[in-house]
Design a protein around this ligand. Structure first.
Ligand code: PRP
Ligand code: URA
Length: 221
């Protein structure tokens, strides 16, 4: 499927939702090292932190602000500060690797957790945990490094949607066209921010070229 980039927003046009890809040489550098099969878990975790930091900045580009007048050492100044609370919801396990950049950048962030695990044979995700803070009128960022079939993301989005957040976005490191299409079918549509859009899934529903099993590489399992 072809995605046309919208010059005014930088988002890629997809039939319903929007896919936004990081466009920075550091992002491709980091993702290339994440893909490298010789990268060991300790380095993999550092790289996951680095790419998630870039994604955190990109996914919050349109956060609301309010005016705030302060006094500099020299004169009064009318500045602006963040006014929209955000909630991050990592999908366990691998999504945990993406949380720290958000808490580092946004110390007031609240965090919910959704546990989903793909069956190794069928690739269908099974839900085993869900603990969410109040989400009404909040901006929610669902964190999962891999969007493959989209089964996990779609389940997580539905769980979050039931709490009627003001806005929701899915933040991934690598996504496959199949997963993007699955998310596009959700109503109301949600945006996806990702570092890479890969080619396809293999017969075992792994992303190609991908980086293998993110959770296993992260935790050395
Ligand atoms: C991985 C990944 C996603 C899911 C993507 O998790 O972190 O949650 O697979 O695949 P999908 O789009 O086809 O649903 P996994 O189920 O391997 O669990 P883990 O994070 O505990 O390793
Ligand atoms: N989950 C992963 O960790 N990697 C894939 O390629 C697909 C699902």
């Amino acid at each position: 499927m072809e995605y046309a980039r919208q010059p005014e927003t930088g988002f890629y046009n997809a039939p319903v939702s929007m896919l936004h890809l990081l466009n920075h040489p550091l992002a491709t550098h980091v993702v290339t090292h994440l893909r490298d099969r010789t990268t060991k878990p300790a380095t993999f975790r550092t790289l996951a932190y680095q790419i998630s930091l870039l994604l955190a900045l990109e996914a919050t580009r349109d956060l609301a602000t309010r005016e705030k007048t302060i006094q500099t050492p020299l004169e009064p100044h009318s500045g602006s500060v963040l006014s929209q609370p955000i909630v991050v919801v990592p999908i366990l396990r691998a999504g945990i690797s993406m949380v720290q950049p958000f808490t580092d950048l946004f110390p007031d962030v609240t965090i919910g957790y959704i546990g989903l695990e793909r069956d190794e044979e069928t690739a269908v995700a099974r839900s085993y945990y869900c603990k969410l803070p109040p989400l009404g009128s909040k901006k929610v960022l669902i964190l999962d490094p891999m969007l493959a079939t989209g089964g996990s993301a779609v389940q997580a989005i539905k769980l979050v949607n039931a709490h009627r957040p003001a806005d929701m976005r899915l933040v991934c490191i690598v996504c496959a066209p199949e997963g993007v299409r699955a998310v596009e079918e959700i109503d109301p549509p949600i945006g996806i921010v990702s570092a890479a859009l890969d080619r396809e899934l293999n017969t075992r529903k792994y992303i190609l070229p991908g980086l293998g099993d993110f959770g296993d590489r992260l935790y050395g399992t």
